[in-house]
Design a protein around this ligand. Structure first.
Ligand code: SF4
Length: 363
């Protein structure tokens, strides 16, 4: 980035070209029906790491179930996780509910429009804060995420590594100069739409771009080389044995994950790191990690699940519960047809189909 890249942008003309395009091309999205800050908040949290098409049905069901902050604040956490099931990154849902509870108890149910108060809520980082303040409250606040950095790294030809916190700050500073004070709501949404439909990560459609004449990367023919993003570290792989452990009443063992950390408070089938079980775990094998005796039998399948920082490499086995001590506090035994009512992460939803799709369990 050069000192002059922002200075050589004709800001009023850029705003005008972008807003005119947005006015004619804006996407029809359910959270755009009104400027309700709660709905903007829910949508922005769901949209983190998740595509718009995936989010739409989740958003609609979520708002139907929890139409205002009050219903969400009062809901049981398991109900909220269930409504989030399949979207991943479940801490988003837990933080959202905790923050909404704070809005109800400390702010009379009104999502704060003060940047400091809003930013102090759990899970509301600079991006979400900027999105709510600009979209719902028409404040000229930047909302900088990967999409916005991609667009502006091209428009301003910024060649810094966007994975660095310092670079994000640089974009925020520039955005503060570029956002209009009149209708910042449309401006930020226009950038989001431009990034989603025209200035895409690969092969940007520059020929159809409403801000092409302002774009310094296009002028230099380097748009495909931007943004610069250094590769993250390779994910760590952990091998697990997952057990479909059935007791003599035909019920399956499931456990709740700890409240803190990855996939907190979601349910899963018992899952044991392979080094604790040993490579040679097929055949008859007893395991009492959970306070019950199990015999691991036939292998059902394999599954890989990739998170941003690690990979679960899972082998799935049938297992027979030999003692029936369901008071061990860690496991719960449930009938096959009740498994659907628990919130499971995506990987264990897939594993659940070994049971729910088995005609032997659906008599
Ligand atoms: Fe993106 Fe191309 Fe438009 Fe520049 S001209 S903003 S690279 S789509």
């Amino acid at each position: 980035m050069t000192e002059t890249s922002i200075n050589s942008l004709n800001i009023p003309a850029f705003q005008q070209d972008l807003l005119r395009w947005y006015d004619e091309n804006k996407r029809d999205l359910p959270w755009r029906e009104d400027q309700d800050p709660y709905k903007v908040w829910v949508s922005e949290i769901m949209l983190q790491q998740t595509k718009v098409d995936t989010v739409i049905p989740y958003f609609q069901r979520f708002i139907e179930k929890f139409p205002t902050v009050y219903e969400l604040a009062e809901a049981d956490q398991q109900e909220v996780l269930k409504a989030w099931e399949g979207l991943g990154y479940y801490s988003r849902a837990r933080n959202l509910q905790n923050a909404v509870r704070e809005v109800v108890s400390n702010y009379g149910g009104k999502v704060p429009d003060d940047p400091k108060e809003l930013g102090s809520l759990k899970g509301v980082g600079p991006y979400t804060k900027g999105a709510i303040l600009s979209i719902a409250y028409d404040q000229p606040e930047p909302a900088v995420d990967g999409n916005v950095m991609r667009v502006f790294s091209r428009v301003l030809r910024i060649e810094e590594d966007i994975a660095r916190q310092k670079t994000k700050k640089l974009f925020e500073d520039h955005l503060r100069e570029i956002i209009p004070h009149e209708d910042p709501s449309s401006f930020n949404q226009a950038i989001m739409d431009l990034g989603a439909s025209i200035c895409t990560p690969t092969s940007p459609a520059c020929l159809f771009c409403p801000v092409q004449e302002h774009c310094q990367a296009f002028a230099a023919g380097v748009e495909e080389q931007l943004p610069v993003k250094k590769k993250a570290k390779k994910q760590k792989k952990i091998r697990y044995v997952v057990l479909l452990a059935k007791n003599s009443s035909g019920q399956y063992a499931i456990e709740k994950r700890p409240e803190e950390g990855l996939l907190g408070n979601l349910w899963q089938f018992p899952m044991i790191p392979i080094e604790e079980v040993g490579e040679d775990h097929t055949g008859n094998w007893f395991y009492d990690e959970y306070g019950i005796a199990l015999r691991i039998s036939g292998k059902k399948g394999e599954l890989n699940h990739v998170f941003s920082h690690l990979i679960w490499d899972m082998e799935i086995f049938d297992a027979e519960v030999l003692t029936d001590d369901s008071d061990n506090g860690r496991l719960e035994f449930t009938d096959p047809d009740k498994l659907q009512s628990y919130p499971f992460p995506v990987s264990h939803q897939k594993i659940r189909t070994y049971i729910t799709d088995d005609p032997g369990n659906n008599k």
